[in-house]
Design a protein around this ligand. Structure first.
Ligand code: SF4
Length: 367
């Protein structure tokens, strides 16, 4: 099911979305990069034909959405052909170009003509100096904003991705204002998972995350775009606690941003889910050489699409199956009344402790 009513996928059978890292090559050197991307295309990347077979498998499994990520997907000259193929078999397709000189209006027009459903750009600071310092390449901020303007001109639904960490958490208000000004359909707010180059950064504290949750929740009541929080599943717990404090909402429109936005948010936004999505639970990651992982941030390789059935790994592999079992959660997540609707970030638990079922390290409960 798609469109205004959102998607209804049985997460035991298929992920809501598959993220495919079409290349790991990128000229940026972002401080948080889980892939530790470098400007070099690996010779063993999945090729065009293998990519089409993968898209067929994803479609057959029942997954409605695929996002082509990187690295920088624009490094692949066959990106548009992959998008066209995915669209021809009925998938919704998004992609996340990097803010580099490869991002020009000709390429944006080409993406538009390929039928891409949504294009996401990453903005992690409200000014060029901080953003470019984070991306470690001067000019990236201006190129990214230019890309966003081209998306608007070409009528491509626009998504902004932002990663919060210790270095930018104080800029939440300015970032909210910037995103509001860009006419987005979707703001995906990530909280740092310390993997790849991101191990050198500091995460927001549990208390800082609560402050950001509060601001996002307040914003979600006022704006027409989807605000999706990634790798902070306890945002859902925050919302439920706020509702308990203030009593029943005066308008059902503000009851739960996830449930409400799954039904009513911008009709062109690529994908909405009223259920919690977590590594291996509604979500699956294929790396640049075809390895199947629960998430890009939980890169435990459970097979390879060249030799294994993606559907079989997602549905039957013990690691994936256990990630969908809230009874296996440990520590305070295991004791928590919200463990089914939240469950904590399994990627962060894995990155910080090495145990994907450990308690979420940055939740204020029981502190
Ligand atoms: S303790 Fe775990 S399950 Fe409970 S709200 Fe916090 S992160 Fe979510």
């Amino acid at each position: 099911m798609s469109g205004k009513k959102g998607f209804d996928v049985d997460f035991k059978q298929a992920p809501l979305l598959v993220i495919w890292e079409v290349t790991r090559a990128c000229t940026l050197a972002c401080q948080h990069c889980r892939a530790s991307a470098i400007d070099y295309r690996h010779p063993d990347e999945l090729n065009l034909e293998e990519g089409k077979i993968l898209l067929d498998e994803i479609k057959a499994m029942g997954t409605p959405i695929v996002v082509f990520t990187g690295g920088d997907p624009l490094q692949r000259t066959d990106l548009e052909e992959l998008i066209r193929y995915g669209k021809s078999i009925g998938l919704r397709i998004g992609t996340i170009p990097a803010g580099t000189p490869r991002l020009d209006k000709t390429r944006m027009r080409s993406l538009k003509e390929s039928g891409v459903d949504q294009v996401a750009f990453s903005i992690d600071a409200p000014n060029a100096a901080d953003h470019d310092s984070f991306r470690q390449v001067p000019g990236s901020y201006d190129l990214t904003l230019q890309g966003a303007r081209w998306a608007q001109e070409l009528n491509i639904p626009l998504q902004i991705n932002t990663v919060f960490h210790q270095g930018n958490q104080h800029q939440i208000d300015e970032l909210c204002d910037l995103v509001k000004s860009l006419e987005v359909v979707f703001w995906e707010v990530f909280f740092l998972v310390p993997t790849g180059r991101g191990t050198q950064l500091s995460s927001c504290t549990a208390e800082e995350m609560e402050v950001i949750f509060g601001k996002l929740y307040a914003l979600s009541k006022k704006v027409p775009f989807v605000i999706k929080v990634t790798e902070a599943q306890h945002y859902r717990r925050h919302i439920r606690q706020q509702e308990r404090k203030v009593g029943p909402p005066s308008s059902v429109t503000h009851r739960n941003p996830y449930e409400v936005q799954a039904k009513t948010a911008h009709p062109h936004a690529i994908g909405r889910s009223s259920k919690v999505v977590n590594a291996g639970n509604g979500f699956c990651f294929i790396d640049h050489t075809g390895n199947i992982c629960p998430s890009g941030f939980l890169s435990e390789e459970r097979g390879n699409v060249r030799t294994h059935s993606l559907a079989h790994i997602y549905r039957e592999d013990e690691f994936f199956v256990n990630l969908r079992n809230p009874k296996l959660l440990k520590g305070k997540c295991g004791r928590c009344e919200f463990k089914t609707s939240c469950g904590g970030s399994r990627s962060r638990a894995w990155a910080v402790t090495g145990d994907a079922w450990a308690e979420e390290p940055f939740c204020v409960l029981e502190r």
